[in-house]
Design a protein around this ligand. Sequence first.
Ligand SMILES: [Zn+2]
Length: 152
Amino acid sequence: MEYLPGRCDACGFVVLIAHGAGSPHRGCPKCDADVSVFPGAKHREDERGAFETLSQRVHDSVAPGEAARVLSEFEELGDVEPTSMPTWLVSRLPALSQTIAALALRLPTQSIGTMLITLLRARSSVRTRSGFLSLSGDSYPDASEVSKGRLA
Ligand SMILES: [Zn+2]
């Protein structure tokens, strides 16, 4: 079973949702609203706990504007070694340092970096409660559909 990132349509919380035919629908663990697929890397079962820990931390301690700022700095840097990504991100987001240090004991730093980028992208595009694109969740959206939806 593989898992894709999904974001709650109402509160913006990010979770992993099961990918594949016949997956049970999963509502937001915070508010029970529908969760829509958000573009990002697939994750394995054993990464779910770490993803959700990190998601909670980003949700609690990173404002949407801050996530957007860090992401744009990250994009300006160009090629960051995947293994040094978490270190760089912690230097910009010190509130996440303890969580990342704890996760680094059991996950490759590259996986943590990938999760963080997905979470920051989801966080940075949270604007209003009504401004979300709603997807069926049956198929993985391509990036152009998503950006069209978000701009509309
Ligand atoms: Zn929610």
